[in-house]
Design a protein around this ligand. Structure first.
Ligand code: PHE
Length: 467
C-alpha cells in the first residue's frame, strides 16, 4: 500500500490524497465557496430582502457565524481525514451524531441537482455570447426564456454540466480539483472588476448604489436575518460537510485559521462585487429588485454585457469571457458538492471513485429534472400550487438555506459541547502550536453560533408551534 500521501500525524483514517500545499487548499476551498452562490444567489436573495439592510446583516452573519463554522468544519475534516459521515463516526463512535453527516450527504446531492441546472444556463449563455447574441436592444428576457423555459435545452445543458462535473470528480482531488482553480480565481476577479467599473458608471446607477449601500433598518425582519444566515452558509459551502471533506485533504503542516480567514474573505469580496454589478445595472434599466426569480441575474447581466462597445465585439468578448469564467466557478463548486457524497461512498462503502461519481451524478441528474423544468417549461413546476414559488427556488430554500442552517447548528453544538473545544484547540495547534483568536473562536462557536441560529429558527417556527 502506498502511504506516501498520508499527512504526518494522521492517526485516524486511511491514506488518501492531500492538497499540494496550503495555497492549493485555499484555492480549492475558495473554488468551492465561490460560485453561483456569489454571482447568482447573493444578488437574488439580497434583492428580495431589502438590499442594503440585507448586506449589513449578511456581513455580520459571515463574520460571527460563517467564519467560526468554517474553522469548525476544517478542524473536523483535518482531524478525522474522513467524509462527513465517517468523521462523526470517528469522533463520536456509536452515537446518533452520524446523522449530521448523513444529512450533509443528502443535502449535497439535492443542492447539486438544481445547481447544475443553473450552471447549465451559464454554458448555454457562453454559446449565445460567442455567436454574437449580446448586442444593444436584444430582448434579454426572451433570451432567458429561450434557454431556461424550454424543456430540451434546460435538461440538455443540465446533463452536459453534470457530465463535466463527474469527469472532474473522477480525476480525484489533486489532478481534478486543484488544477482548475489555480487559473480561474484571478481571471474571474479581473473580469468582475471590469464589469463593476462598467455598471457603476451607467446612467442612473446611483439609485442602485443607494439600494445596495443605504440601509433601511426597518426592513430587517426574522425572515431577512434567516435569509442572510442561510445565504452566508450557502455561499461559504458550510453546513453540509463540504468543508469537512475538503479539510480532510489538508496536510497537518498547514495552518487552519488563516486558511479559513482567506476563504471567507475571498468569498465575501466576490459576492459584494456581484451586487455592485447587478444593482446599478438593474436600476439603470428601470427594473424592480426582488422580482424575476432565479432568472433575474441572467437577464440583468446580459443587458449589461450587451451594451459594452464596440458592438458587436464588446458583447462577444466580455460576454464569452464572463460566462465561461462563471461556468468554471460553478464547476469548482459543483465538484465539491459531488465530492461529499462520493467521498462517503468511497470511504464508507469502499466503492471505486469512478463508480461513486457516476452513481451520485446519475441520481442528481434525475433529481434535477423537475428543477430544470421549473422556469417556464412546465407550468405547475414554475409556480408550485400552494407554495407560491417555482420548484427550483423551493428546493433552494429547503436545502440551500434551511438544511444548511440546521446542519451548521448541529456542527457547532457538536464541536463546542460534545467533542469539546479543547480537542478542537489541540487540532488547530498541531502544526505550529498557535491558535490566533482562539479565545474569540471558542466563545463564538460555543454561544454565539448556536444561540443565534436557534433563536432565528425558533422565531420562524414559533407561529406554527404556538398555533
Ligand atoms: N458555495 C457554493 C456557491 O456559492 C455552493 C455550495 C454550497 C457548494 C454548499 C458546496 C456546498 O456557489
Amino acid at each position: 500500500m502506498d502511504t506516501s500521501t498520508t499527512p504526518a500525524g494522521a492517526e485516524i483514517g486511511t491514506p488518501r490524497d492531500t492538497w499540494g500545499s496550503k495555497f492549493a487548499f485555499v484555492l480549492a476551498a475558495a473554488g468551492s465557496a465561490i460560485g453561483l452562490g456569489n454571482i447568482w444567489g447573493f444578488p437574488t436573495v439580497a434583492g428580495q430582502n431589502g438590499g442594503a439592510a440585507f448586506l449589513v446583516v449578511y456581513l455580520i452573519a459571515v463574520a460571527f457565524i460563517g467564519a467560526p463554522v468554517m474553522l469548525a468544519e476544517l478542524i473536523i475534516g483535518r482531524r478525522t481525514q474522513r467524509n462527513p459521515v465517517g468523521a462523526f463516526k470517528a469522533l463520536a463512535p456509536g452515537s446518533a451524531w452520524v446523522v449530521v453527516g448523513g444529512l450533509g450527504v443528502l443535502t449535497g446531492v439535492v443542492i447539486l441537482s438544481f445547481y447544475t441546472v443553473i450552471a447549465g444556463w451559464t454554458l448555454a449563455y457562453v454559446i449565445k455570447a460567442i455567436t454574437g447574441a449580446f448586442t444593444a436592444g436584444v430582448d434579454t428576457e426572451a433570451m432567458f426564456t429561450g434557454v431556461a423555459g424550454a424543456a430540451l435545452p434546460a435538461i440538455g445543458w443540465h446533463l452536459v454540466f453534470m457530465i463535466i462535473t463527474i469527469a472532474v470528480v473522477l480525476g480525484g482531488v489533486r489532478d481534478g480539483i486543484e488544477r482548475w482553480t489555480k487559473i480561474l480565481m484571478p481571471a474571474l476577479f479581473v473580469i468582475l472588476l471590469l464589469l463593476v467599473a462598467r455598471a457603476v458608471t451607467l446612467p442612473g446607477a446611483g439609485t442602485g448604489l443607494e439600494f445596495y449601500f443605504k440601509p433601511d433598518f426597518s426592513k430587517i425582519t426574522t425572515t431577512v436575518v434567516l435569509a442572510a444566515i442561510g445565504q452566508a452558509f450557502f455561499s461559504l459551502s458550510l453546513g453540509m460537510g463540504a468543508m469537512i471533506t475538503y479539510g480532510s485533504y489538508i496536510s497537518r503542516k498547514d495552518d487552519l485559521v488563516s486558511s479559513a480567514a482567506w476563504v471567507t474573505g475571498f468569498d465575501t469580496m466576490i459576492a459584494i462585487m456581484a451586487g455592485l454589478i447587478i444593482f446599478p445595472t438593474l436600476f439603470s434599466a428601470g427594473l424592480e429588485p426582488g422580482t424575476g426569480g432565479p432568472g433575474m441575474v441572467f437577464v440583468v447581466l446580459t443587458s449589461l454585457l450587451s451594451t459594452i462597445p464596440p458592438a458587436p465585439w464588446g458583447g462577444i468578448v466580455f460576454g464569452t469571457l464572463f460566462f465561461l469564467l462563471l461556468a468554471i466557478a460553478a464547476l469548482t463548486s459543483s465538484v465539491s458538492l459531488m465530492e461529499v457524497a462520493s467521498a462517503w461512498l468511497i470511504d464508507e462503502r469502499k466503492m471505486p471513485r469512478k463508480k461513486a461519481a457516476l452513481i451520485i451524478g446519475g441520481v442528481a441528474f434525475v433529481l434535477g429534472i423537475p428543477s430544470a423544468l421549473a422556469n417556464g417549461a412546465v407550468g405547475w413546476l414554475s409556480s408550485v400550487p400552494g407554495i407560491g414559488m417555482d420548484f427550483l427556488s423551493f428546493l433552494f430554500m429547503l436545502f440551500g438555506q434551511y438544511s444548511l442552517v440546521i446542519g451548521a447548528l448541529l456542527i457547532s453544538v457538536f464541536i463546542a459541547w460534545i467533542w469539546g473545544t479543547h480537542n478542537a484547540d489541540a487540532e488547530v495547534r498541531s502544526n505550529d502550536g498557535n491558535f490566533p483568536l482562539g479565545g474569540l473562536w471558542t466563545f463564538l462557536i460555543r454561544y454565539v453560533c448556536p444561540v443565534a441560529i436557534m433563536a432565528i429558527l425558533g422565531s420562524l417556527l414559533w407561529p406554527y408551534i404556538a398555533r
